[in-house]
Design a protein around this ligand. Structure first.
Ligand SMILES: [Zn+2]
Length: 429
């Protein structure tokens, strides 16, 4: 962070800015829901709300003017799949050892830098899909209280999965090495009743959203990547309980069988989805289930494999999933399945979240659709569309800016140079 950014940040964190009026001017604006760019761009912000938007919006007398020049204003970007309490580790061994050797206090302090970096990359809201030791809850609360800079977080506490499955934190270790076996309080469930209990446990401890592991995964040593790991009855109970308690649900699912069980159960989004077949995509299209392909996870794995930092068993699973994923995403785009932006941040270096939009455009999505996927579509999936996700009057002032025109070159979103969240400026280069 530059010295100026540091000063701005200190000012931002101390200024309540309740009745302050700011007028942001820029060359262009993309509102997060249309297909077009508005030019020139004027956004009026009062306190933490947008009070006027458009080429001809009038500047109220006495307002502070921020003239950002040749940039495009965008709604604050969103990431529907992060792990901000996990550091990025290029070497798989450190990923495992970090959890075993670092105290919770050290891992929490490491995460303070991660949330700051995510916000500075233009991501003002994230859905964090799996943590340990309630680090995600602590981060969310500290950010909301203005104690540390970071994105607005919707957190999930533990991801819920079966014994020995992708989300069992004790899987692959000798029996009893942790002094007990994994259970509800680690997110491990093995019956419909345990699924309901674990949902209640997570919500009791602060979960905004419920994440489950419906199939095996890539970054786990004890399972196949595509096998189902929960029964239909377990997923039915989990989703029903979460929805009764007004929480949305997300399922990690690579294989089609587990994904279809989750879709039938009424899951709100399928994460990863590498091996989704035509039937699964058609079910998602018919039910409005969101697809969050996490292409940046594949990108991160590709880079780590080429650096020689991934064990052979995981490399084989990663190669199979990566080989299938691009085709699946192209099919989903062609079918008009709802695709939302989520990246699996922590599998690749934190702060590169916007690479997901670049990958989606490479696979056939239009730049405008990719920007909507990271703003208004994500806002719908996260259940925050009434508050944020578009540049419209009445919405929270979550506003970022990138150079140039991202509809001409989507890679501009990787160069964010202005970040306002909730009416507070956190970055201005
Ligand atoms: Zn994940």
């Amino acid at each position: 962070m530059t010295r100026l950014a540091g000063i701005l940040l200190a000012a931002a964190l101390t200024l309540a800015a309740a009745d302050k009026v700011t007028v942001i001017r820029a060359a262009r604006l993309f509102d997060g829901k249309s297909d077009r760019i508005v030019s020139p761009a004027v956004v009026v912000v009062s306190g933490n709300r947008i009070t006027a938007v458009g080429a001809n919006a009038a500047a109220p007398a006495g307002a502070e003017i921020l003239d950002l020049g040749d940039v495009t204003l965008l709604p604050g970007l969103m990431d529907a799949h992060t792990h901000l309490s996990y550091p990025f580790e290029r070497d798989y061994r450190n990923e495992e050892l970090g959890l075993l050797k670092k105290p919770v206090s050290e891992r929490t302090l490491d995460a303070v830098d991660v949330v700051r970096r995510t916000l500075m990359a233009g991501f003002t809201t994230v859905r964090d899909l799996g943590s340990t030791d309630l680090i995600d809850v602590g981060l969310r609360n500290a950010i909301d209280a203005g104690k540390i800079p970071g994105p607005r977080m919707l957190v999930s506490v533990h991801a819920l999965g079966s014994t020995g499955g992708h989300c069992d934190p004790f899987a692959g270790y000798a029996p009893g090495i942790f002094g007990r076996e994994s259970g509800i309080t680690d997110g491990v469930i093995n019956s419909p009743d345990e699924a309901r209990l674990a949902v209640r446990y997570n919500i009791d401890h602060g979960a905004d959203v419920i994440k489950t592991c419906a199939t095996g995964g890539v970054l786990s040593l004890t399972d196949d990547v595509d096998t189902p790991q929960l029964t239909q009855a377990e997923l039915d109970a989990l989703v029903a309980e979460a929805h009764e308690l007004r929480r949305k649900t997300a399922a990690h699912a690579h294989g089609a069988t587990g994904a279809k069980r989750a879709i039938r159960a009424g899951i709100d989004s399928i994460e990863h989805g590498s091996f989704l077949d035509d039937e699964a995509l058609d079910m998602m299209k018919a039910r409005g289930t969101y697809f969050v392909p996490t292409l940046m996870a594949a990108q991160g794995l590709k880079e780590r494999i080429s650096d020689g930092y991934v064990p052979p068993a995981i490399e084989a699973k990663a190669r199979a999933a990566m080989a299938a994923l691009d085709t699946t995403v192209r099919k989903a785009i062609a079918r008009n399945v709802k695709i939302a932006v989520g990246t699996d941040a922590a599998v690749y270096p934190h702060g590169r979240n916007a690479g997901e939009l670049v990958r989606l455009v490479e696979l056939g999505m239009s730049p405008a659709a990719a920007l909507r996927a990271a703003t208004s579509v994500d806002a719908d999936l996260l259940g925050v569309a009434a508050r944020t996700g578009t540049l419209e009057t009445g919405k929270l002032a979550d506003i970022v800016a990138c150079p140039g025109n991202p509809l001409d070159d989507i890679r501009q979103v990787e160069k964010i140079r202005f970040v306002m969240k909730d009416g507070v400026v956190f970055r201005r280069d």
